[in-house]
Design a protein around this ligand. Structure first.
Ligand SMILES: Nc1ncnc2c1ncn2[C@@H]1O[C@H](COP(=O)(O)OP(=O)(O)O)[C@@H](O)[C@H]1O
Ligand SMILES: [Mg+2]
Length: 339
């Protein structure tokens, strides 16, 4: 197949995405495909006369995440692309591919915008469509749909930081509670708080990403994540941060232990699998996804959220779960491509 791996983008997570994208591209070339890794924001201004030659069977892509968060303003200046999220010739090149593999992280790849654009151009891509992506990106809407489908999710309030009453909020949800932006990922803006003062700070922090934030009952217990691949639930992975919760630092600085398959009894494992499949269809997802859960001390499972573009480096959670059932990284990329 001829494949474009789309990565990068105008997002603070562009570096992580370019790293996953490089590894996915290499893996797909290793399986005999002709591949081009393309930065969706930067695009490609100058095309070769023979555009087909862009799809190569044998290039080695490398990308290392820099020490600091990428300077998006500098990138805008260098490229001259401003606020246009799709760079020069991206759609033209994608239209030449048999399939586009989405290796993006962050807003545009996860909120359905890009999927809708690709749809209108008749371009086939991996993973969920635009509607599912949007439903999964908004944590409030996701949780409403989880409830309707019978997937337990912690009690929550959608709180307007400009107008809501903090005392009413505490009366409804209680302390401790978890504050999160409605539609971020990577634990950005997420805080777990025990006191009214800490809650006020957490609301201000989450409010940086939008006026409406989600305040959720804190579930004490263990954290699990379950991947779905082509309708099948992969074994649950338990996430054990060395300290605190699974925040940004614990996610990306290697201060977390991951146990796969999670050491849980068969009944809990089956329930986690069934709930993940239910959540997958409740949000109208496609292809693959990953669901985050808390397992409380009474054995109750609570679904926190869906990830439609879960991390895809070989050591990320979904590839780890796939490898526990004998699906290699290359095979996983291939399966995602062909669902
Ligand atoms: N209700 C909750 N109870 C306990 N911990 C939570 C709860 N909600 C979130 N967390 C912690 O915060 C992390 C990030 O929350 P999550 O809803 O998965 O958002 P993100 O999209 O940022 O990953 C989780 O992985 C978990 O460690
Ligand atoms: Mg999460």
């Amino acid at each position: 197949m001829k494949i474009v791996v789309l990565a990068g983008g105008l997002s603070p997570e562009r570096e992580v995405s370019l790293t996953s994208g490089s590894l996915i591209a290499n893996a797909l070339m290793g399986r005999g495909h002709r591949v081009l890794l393309l930065d969706v924001y930067v695009g490609m201004r100058d095309l070769p006369v023979d555009i087909e030659s862009l799809f190569r069977p044998d290039r080695e892509y490398t990308h290392r995440v820099g020490e600091t968060v990428p300077d998006l303003d500098a990138l805008k200046r260098e490229t001259g692309n401003g606020e246009a999220l799709i760079g020069a010739n991206v759609l033209k090149i994608c239209a030449m591919a048999d399939r586009v593999f989405l290796a993006l992280h962050g807003a545009m790849g996860e909120n359905g915008q890009l999927q809708a654009t690709l749809d209108t151009h008749g371009i086939r891509y991996t993973g969920s469509g635009y509607a599912g992506s949007l439903l999964a990106m908004d944590k409030d809407i996701s949780k409403r749909l989880f409830r309707l489908a019978g997937v337990p999710t912690p009690d929550w309030v959608e709180f307007d930081i400009a107008e809501g009453s903090v005392d009413e909020l505490i009366a409804r949800i209680g302390l401790p509670c978890v504050v999160k932006p409605l539609d971020c990922g990577s634990s950005v803006g997420v805080s777990i708080v025990d006191t009214r003062d800490a809650l006020l700070l957490a609301l201000a922090e989450a409010g940086k990403w939008g006026r409406r934030v989600l305040v959720e009952k804190k579930i004490e217990g263990r954290e699990l994540t379950v991947g779905i691949l082509d309708g099948i639930a992969l074994p649950a992975v338990e996430i054990i941060p060395e300290s605190g919760f699974y925040d940004y630092k614990n996610k990306y600085q290697g201060t977390t232990r991951e146990v796969c398959p999670a050491e849980i009894d068969a009944e809990t494992a089956n329930r986690a699998a069934a709930l993940s499949r239910l959540a997958f269809s409740a949000l109208r997802l496609g292809g693959y996804a990953r669901f985050d859960f808390m397992l409380d001390r009474d054995g109750g499972l609570w679904c926190l959220e869906a990830n439609t573009l879960p991390g895809m480096t070989p050591t990320s959670l979904l590839p780890m779960a796939a490898s526990a059932v004998g699906i290699s990284y290359g095979e996983l990329c291939e399966r995602i491509l062909n669902i």
